[in-house]
Design a protein around this ligand. Structure first.
Ligand code: SF4
Ligand code: SF4
Length: 461
């Protein structure tokens, strides 16, 4: 897995599904449009607005009912580089979203971080899902660019502390990560961060306490710490990361509520490319069946060199079975192959509960979802499942726990949507009935008034 990041040949066609898990892209081009690399193909306006989808190469567009195809012309004509002077605008124009998997718009997170009282920037390179090593490969080959991206982000946010959290198996020398000038921390550059009320003074960094198992400080570069996290999957999830690195229990809050902002390392690299090279996000490193490669967004999964087995989009734990026409998206970290496993009944060993980072009872959730006991799943906190798949990995019976929880959650969302619509319809019906009743009363009053005046006219005195 330590081999260099490959480049696969350009596929015969790039495919951009318009209907995604988050929402629907609005196309900005039509069949026959010739586009350059970096031209806007579509905009995702759903909440939160994910923004632009750019052409990953030059070619001709063809629209289908549910997807947009781009036929490469092999010329790689490119749109002019991005020119916005403000980092948030540049990141928004580049179409950067959280590349760790969440897909949250980075410009929105940056704006929230700058407007809130964020003091700590955490760069998440703790890629702990077995079989996925795209972040490690990126860090190994592009540590300087990552540190340049961190510099751009930290200058903008004005945080006083930066933590780079790397996984157990990442062999990147810390001095390479910290090779950028980090002028923001020395405070001698005109681009130094804005002074923040209540910000603690910048201090020499210190090893991070807790169970991080190997934090170390960088002498001479105050405020920046590189932390190596050891431990079981899923220590790289945002919640688990903050609990271990900063001893913060997020609960229902988001990191900016506790003065922290977290960016995935691939997102930081994309920020560097947008800020220093004016590039849009049109490719990313993806783990393809145990090797890493730069893939264009839109690369069809069926054109990847995969071994025999069930193709999974994502890691072997958190991924889903590839459907027809599936393609690499901005949040695709891996395309892996599942070897079939034997499934047997639950033996109530409790390993799933011990593996769950949220303290849930996966075996009970599994039983109640399959039995259709919806109220019980609420009591068992199905909504708190972060879909890490640790229970799935731990289960000796090979039960499809994660897939069942995803199904249970989507079913519940659908129920809630129906309940909301029913409540809305009822409210509309009640309001209409009240309106009609009021009209009837007013008409009655008018009629009585008319009758009274007519009686007065007919029988004066
Ligand atoms: S790990 Fe699997 S077999 Fe063991 S209790 Fe959980 S669901 Fe049942
Ligand atoms: S997938 Fe959900 S239930 Fe299973 S370990 Fe992760 S959080 Fe717990």
């Amino acid at each position: 897995m330590d081999a260099a990041v490959k480049r696969f040949p350009m596929p015969s066609v790039l495919r951009y599904p318009l209907l995604t898990r988050g929402g629907r892209y609005e196309p900005r081009v039509a069949t026959g449009t010739r586009v350059r690399k970096g031209d806007v193909l579509a905009i995702g306006r759903w909440s939160p607005p994910v923004g632009y989808l750019h052409a990953a190469t030059s070619g001709v567009v063809e629209m289908e009912a549910t997807a947009m195809l781009l036929h490469p012309d092999g010329r790689e004509d490119a749109a002019p580089p991005l020119s916005a002077k403000d980092l948030v605008e540049r990141v928004r124009d580049a179409g950067i979203v959280g590349l760790g998997g969440a897909g949250y718009p980075t410009w929105l997170k940056l704006r929230q971080a700058r407007n809130g009282d964020v003091r700590t920037l955490v760069v998440n390179a703790v890629e702990c899902e077995p079989g996925v090593s795209a972040d490690a490969a990126l860090l190994r080959e592009h540590a300087e660019e990552v540190s340049s991206g961190i510099e751009a982000l930290a200058n903008y946010i004005g945080n006083s502390r930066t933590i780079i959290a790397v996984g157990e198996g990442m062999d990147v020398p810390p001095d390479r990560l910290l090779s950028a000038p980090f002028v923001f921390l020395r405070g001698t550059d005109p681009r130094a961060p804005r002074a923040r009320p209540n910000s603690p003074p910048m201090e020499q960094s210190s090893p991070v306490a807790g169970d991080s198992g190997g934090g170390f400080s960088m002498d001479g570069i105050p405020g920046v710490e590189v932390v190596r996290l050891t431990g079981p999957y899923p220590s790289g999830s945002e919640r688990s990361l903050l609990a271990r690195v900063l001893d913060v229990d997020l609960g229902k809050r988001i990191p900016t509520d506790v003065g922290v902002v977290v960016f995935n390392v691939a997102t930081v690299f994309a920020v560097h490319r947008a800020w220093h090279c004016g590039e849009r996000l049109v490719e990313r490193v993806v783990t393809v069946d145990e090797e890493n490669a730069w893939l264009r967004i839109g690369h069809p999964v069926e054109e990847l060199p995969l071994s025999e087995g069930q193709v999974v989009v994502g890691g072997p734990v958190t991924g889903w079975i590839a459907s027809e026409g599936e393609a690499v998206t901005k949040t695709t970290r891996a395309v892996t192959v599942n070897r079939p496993r034997a499934v047997s009944p639950c033996i109530r060993c409790g390993w799933c509960a011990r593996a769950c980072p949220e303290g849930l009872l996966p075996q009970e959730l599994f039983r109640h979802i399959n039995a259709g006991h919806r109220s019980e799943t609420r009591g068992l906190r199905l909504a708190d499942c972060v879909e890490c798949g640790a229970c799935d990995m731990a289960c000796p019976s090979g039960l499809p726990l994660l897939a069942t929880f995803r199904y249970g959650k989507s079913e519940r969302r659908e129920q809630e949507r129906r309940a909301r619509n029913a409540a809305l319809a009822k409210a509309r019906f009640t309001a209409r009935a009240a309106r009609l009743e009021q009209q009837r009363v007013e008409q009655q009053k008018e009629r009585e008034a008319r009758m009274a005046s007519r009686r007065k006219w007919m029988y004066p005195g």
